[in-house]
Design a protein around this ligand. Sequence first.
Ligand SMILES: Cc1cc2nc3c(=O)[nH]c(=O)nc-3n(C[C@H](O)[C@H](O)[C@H](O)COP(=O)(O)OP(=O)(O)OC[C@H]3O[C@@H](n4cnc5c(N)ncnc54)[C@H](O)[C@@H]3O)c2cc1C
Length: 393
Amino acid sequence: MSLFNTSELRRFREEVRDFLQTHLSEELRHETRGGLHMAREDMARWQAILHRRGWGAPHWPQALGGTGWTALQRYIFEEESAFADAPLGDVHGLFLAGPMLIAEGSDAQKARYLPRILAGEEFWCQGFSEPNAGSDLASLKTRARFDGTHWVIDGQKTWLSSGHHADLMFCLARTEPEAKPQAGLSVFILDMRDPGITLQPILTMDEGHSVNAVFFDNVRVPADAMIGAPNKGWGYAKDLLARERVNNAQAPRTKRDIVELDRLARECRGVDGRPLIEQAGVRRKLAVLTADFVALESAALSVIAEQMRGKEPGPAASTLKIRGSELQQRVSETAMALLGDAGLVLGADYGSGLLHPAGRGWAERHFFRRVVTIYAGANEIQKTIIAKSILDM
Ligand SMILES: Cc1cc2nc3c(=O)[nH]c(=O)nc-3n(C[C@H](O)[C@H](O)[C@H](O)COP(=O)(O)OP(=O)(O)OC[C@H]3O[C@@H](n4cnc5c(N)ncnc54)[C@H](O)[C@@H]3O)c2cc1C
């Protein structure tokens, strides 16, 4: 019997479905379906609606704006949202900055920042990676010096997702150059409008703009802009990256994509003019993807259940990240194979092409998804974490 098949959870699913039906406009659904890199105003609009309903951050503690749902309720909510094409919102604020502030922030920081993340009023970005510090993050060179009243930050970061949407950044910088690389790092909150911050767009191969380089030239931030204790940033960053990896597994949205593949296989035709689903090889491919998805979903559910009990995900996040990211890539590769020529459409309006209307969305997703095995820590690095922390090698 499915874990979800209780009368209470069926009622809950209906409640979520009704809410989405009533509040999620066709315009927002269309934007989410067709565009990978959504406009900030669309994400903010949806976040404000969720917030008014009390569903702005289901995974946060209830006292700070969470819903108090069980892991299964949270999963149902995410699944229904994925199938309804609801925007994801500001993932950096909701899933990264928010939980880090909840765990390590001062009361003043929580009071200042958390309500605005919940309401969709302020967006965040993550300033960790540098041109020569990606996998080897601890070798980062961005420096923060205390001048008696302020921290003064110099250096540069790269691959800043959504930096151009963000009001604020959580930034990992070196505060103790003499210490071991991991021991001398701290996390700061930067206002993106601070003098000395320069943002430069980076275009990705899907022709979209979602990432940026950023340069810090004498950026002065007040003493209370540090999150947690000085020189403890490495530990905070490790917890944050584990949360990011859980989130990146994206099981509910992958489920929606697999259902979409089934539809494509019924609609698209082979050279013999017959629907592709009639080919045994296509059916086998969909069956293997579905089986792998079921394994991912049950692993994701057990990690979410632990998180809802207040436990940090730890190295299990690395297994989810590898499985989830590889599956996302296999799903979009399969979509491109099913679509054939129609899959190559990039740049036309979603749904208005002469070729198969689903073409554009898939081409963008396919190209952009080359990144899912790289960001939040490349999969090779996740294998090293698993070898060390789980297999004790
Ligand atoms: C689109 C995109 C968005 C991103 N968003 C953000 C963001 O918002 N904020 C942020 O801080 N960062 C972000 N990143 C950065 C991301 O976390 C890094 O790209 C990632 O950690 C890899 O670092 P790197 O690019 O420097 O590659 P490198 O570390 O140079 O790695 C290159 C290759 O070598 C392999 N490799 C490196 N070291 C080892 C090793 N020890 N063992 C085995 N293999 C190894 C890697 O697996 C990889 O395949 C983003 C990246 C991309 C592409």
